[in-house]
Design a protein around this ligand. Structure first.
Ligand code: SF4
Ligand code: FES
Length: 277
C-alpha cells in the first residue's frame, strides 16, 4: 500500500546552528515504518542523540540502527550503495523534501551540519504510485528500469575506445549529453512531482543518447518506446518544475522540452516510414 504524498511543509534550508554542549546533535526522528507492501504503515519516533555534525545523514541512520539492534528492536530499512552520489539508491523524503534541505545533493551526501540541535526530522520513503514500498524507507523503483530497457541503449557497434574517439562530436553536444548523463536514476523527480511524473528521468535518459552521433540510428524508435513505457507507469507532466528543483544532479527541465519535440517528430517519422503520411 502506498500512502499519499507527504503533506509536511518544506522548510527552508537551515543555517548551521550551534550544536549541543558536547559539540554533537540531539535529534528527534519521526520515521515511516511499514512492514511490507500490504501494510498500512505508521510513523514512529526515535531519539538520535550524540550525533556528530560531520556525520552523513545515512551514517546518522546507521548509528540509530546499531542502537535499535542492540536493544533487540527491528532496524529501519533503507537503501544505499555507493554513498558518494553516484548509484541513486539512497533517496529519502526529509522534512517533506526529496533528498532533504540541501539543493543539488543526494541523501548520502547530505551532512548533519545542515540540521540544528533539538530538531525534529521527518523521514519518509518516496511517495509515488509507481514506487511500491518494500519495507520502511525502501521502495521498488523497477518502473524506471523498464523505461531504460525499452530503449536506453545503443545497439550499433561503436567499436573500441579508439574508434569512438574518431567520431567527431560537437563540443556543445557532448557537454549537453554529459549533463543529461549525470542522472543517477534516483527517482527524486518522481517523488517531488505532484503528478508523480517521470518526465525528467526519461528525458535525461533519452537525450544523453539522442544528442550524440552514435545515438542517431535508433533516435526515433528509442524516443517513442521510452516515452510510451513511461506513460504506462507514471503520471503526466504539467510543468510544475518540482522535478528539476529536487534533482540532486540539477538536470535541466529543458531536456523535457527536447524530448517532447523528439516524440512528436518520432511519431511523424515512424508513420512516414510505414507509408502512413
Ligand atoms: S532526473 Fe535527477 S531526480 Fe530524476 S532520477 Fe535523474 S538524478 Fe534523480
Ligand atoms: S548511496 Fe549511491 S547515490 Fe546515495
Amino acid at each position: 500500500m502506498n500512502p499519499p504524498k507527504t503533506s509536511a511543509a518544506a522548510p527552508e534550508a537551515p543555517e548551521r546552528h550551534p550544536t549541543g554542549a558536547a559539540g554533537t546533535l540531539n535529534l528527534r526522528l519521526r520515521v515511516w515504518r511499514q512492514d511490507g507492501p500490504g501494510d498500512a504503515g505508521r510513523f514512529e519516533t526515535y531519539e538520535a542523540t550524540g550525533i556528530s555534525p560531520d556525520a552523513s545523514f545515512l551514517e546518522m541512520l546507521d548509528v540509530l540502527n546499531e542502537r535499535l539492534t542492540l536493544e533487540g528492536r527491528e532496524p529501519i530499512a533503507f537503501e544505499s550503495d555507493c554513498r558518494e552520489g553516484i548509484c541513486g539508491t539512497c533517496g529519502l523524503m526529509i522534512n517533506g523534501r526529496a533528498h532533504g534541505p540541501q539543493k543539488g545533493t543526494a541523501t548520502c551526501q547530505l551532512h548533519m551540519r545542515q540540521f540544528s540541535d533539538g530538531d525534529l526530522i521527518t523521514i519518509e520513503p518516496w511517495r509515488a504510485g509507481a514506487f511500491e514500498v518494500i519495507r520502511d524507507l525502501a521502495v521498488d523503483r523497477t518502473p524506471l528500469d523498464r523505461i531504460i530497457a525499452a530503449g536506453g541503449y545503443i545497439s550499433v557497434n561503436t567499436g573500441a575506445a579508439p574508434d569512438a574517439n574518431l567520431v567527431p562530436v560537437p563540443k556543445e553536444a557532448s557537454d549537453t549529453a554529459f549533463d543529461a548523463a549525470a542522472c543517477i536514476g534516483c527517482g527524486a523527480c518522481v517523488a517531488a512531482c505532484p503528478n508523480s511524473a517521470a518526465q525528467l528521468f526519461t528525458a535525461a535518459k533519452v537525450q544523453h543518447l539522442n544528442l550524440l552521433p552514435q545515438g542517431q540510428p535508433e533516435r526515433w524508435g528509442r524516443t517513442e518506446a521510452m516515452v510510451e513505457t513511461m506513460e504506462q507507469f507514471f503520471g503526466s507532466c504539467t510543468n510544475h518544475g518540482e522535478c528539476s528543483e529536487a534533482c540532486p544532479k540539477e538536470i535541466s527541465i529543458d531536456f523535457i522540452a527536447w524530448t517532447n519535440r523528439d516524440y512528436v517528430r518520432a511519431k511523424l517519422k515512424n508513420r512516414k516510414l510505414a507509408g502512413q503520411r
